[in-house]
Design a protein around this ligand. Structure first.
Ligand SMILES: *Cc1c(COP(=O)(O)O)cnc(C)c1O
Length: 370
């Protein structure tokens, strides 16, 4: 089989999505399935739709266009697709054509979306994103009412709702206070303008604990979450704890051994910068003498994965990486040239492997899928 490759078990992804959807629906929360960590994979999108997500979300219009035009994407054509990142002014034509809804924070972009939607004879839906402390995208809460006033006056634009995104830039956790603030802003918009917001989207996978925290959580007006990582990796991103009852091994990375030798544990010669500008610190394990070790090289590198985001199997330790080589030490048995090693991935390693054209994606299809 081709190596390196990602082995993607769609049964496990279905299970994870279905489990989260069921638990969240008991709290009145729907799920937008996020495909951005999977390069807009149609197989994964279809699996999320079979599990019951109400819409799909991706941060790149290129991924959305590819999903919408895919031959095996029949179901996606009739699904609401949300562009998660604010559109570039230079891409509004494609955004109106391929996305039904986009997250927005800049009135100049929304005005251009309005012009373009009028030209294409379509209505483009908007989620206004609100800044609630994480300091990535979002309109400052005190500016929200003025922005809404402008947005609802624009032709061919429909204000579908509001949303927020926490934990991505600064790691600010969703909690009772910031979620209550979002609910309060939704109420304020509705009473000020005498309208109804369909969607109040509370956040991403980092909101899982807040949302499922038993009866204590008052979910208020929040009726949607946008979930990627929790479904694909089965863990929540605040402490990277596994979520009860979910698979954490739905996706595995496999790489092939191209060199296997006994080598000294210590480099010889003067130590300057490595290929990526790092210099070994005096306390680096590579500088302590452990005698001769069993070292192997796997044919995968920094352009395909984040080496810090890989979890090696027992008996194998990752020593370092360059563009195309992953250097490992193995303590048990033999590791022969041509053999394969399988790793678990975190979000950052997954994102890079999914977007690397050098990593094959092998899907295990669902037994009962049509
Ligand atoms: C990436 C992203 C998500 C999904 O994040 P996960 O942690 O993968 O669940 C949701 N909303 C926005 C705006 C995003 O950029």
């Amino acid at each position: 089989m081709a190596a390196p490759r990602l082995e993607i078990d769609l049964d496990k992804i279905y299970h994870n999505a279905h489990e989260l959807l069921t638990r969240l629906s008991e709290r009145g929360i729907s799920v937008t399935g996020v495909t951005k960590a999977a390069l807009g994979s149609v197989e994964i999108a279809n699996t999320l739709l079979q599990a019951g997500v109400i819409s799909l979300g991706d941060s790149r219009i290129e991924n959305i266009k590819a999903m919408r035009l895919a031959e095996n994407g029949a179901q996606i054509k009739d699904t609401e697709v949300l562009l998660l990142r604010s559109p570039m002014l230079s891409q509004v034509t494609q955004v109106v054509r391929y996305a039904d809804t986009s997250c927005n924070t800049e009135i100049d972009i929304i005005k251009k979306l309005s012009v373009e939607a009028s030209k294409q004879g379509r209505t483009h839906q908007i989620l206004l994103m609100v800044e609630l402390g994480d300091l990535r995208e979002g309109i400052m809460p005190e500016d929200l009412i003025a922005t809404v006033r402008e947005v609802i006056g624009l032709p061919n634009i429909f204000l579908k709702g509001i949303g927020t995104n926490l934990a991505c830039r600064s790691g600010v956790s969703p909690d009772a206070a910031n979620m209550a603030k979002l609910s309060e802003l939704a109420d304020l918009i509705e009473t000020t303008f005498d309208l109804t917001l369909d969607v109040v989207s509370g956040g991403n996978s980092a909101n899982i604990q807040w949302a499922l925290n038993g009866a204590q959580t008052d979910t208020g007006r929040i009726n949607n979450l946008r979930l990627g990582e929790a479904i694909l990796l089965g863990c929540e991103p605040l402490q990277r704890q596994a979520i009860d009852g979910l698979h954490t091994d739905a996706i595995t990375l496999v790489a092939e051994v191209i060199e296997s030798k006994r080598k000294p544990s210590q480099p010889t010669g003067d130590i300057a910068q490595s290929a990526f500008g790092e210099t070994l610190l005096p306390n680096d394990p590579a500088l302590t003498d452990r005698g001769i070790v069993r070292q192997a090289i796997l044919a995968i590198g920094i352009q395909d994965i984040d080496p810090d985001g890989l979890q090696a199997p027992a008996g194998i330790e990752i020593l370092g990486a360059s563009s195309d080589h992953l250097v490992i030490e193995f303590v048990k048995g033999e590791l022969l040239v041509g053999e394969e090693v399988a790793f678990q991935l975190n979000y950052s390693a997954l994102l890079r492997a999914m977007t690397s054209p050098f990593v094959s994606k092998i899907f295990t299809h669902r037994q009962d899928a049509s």
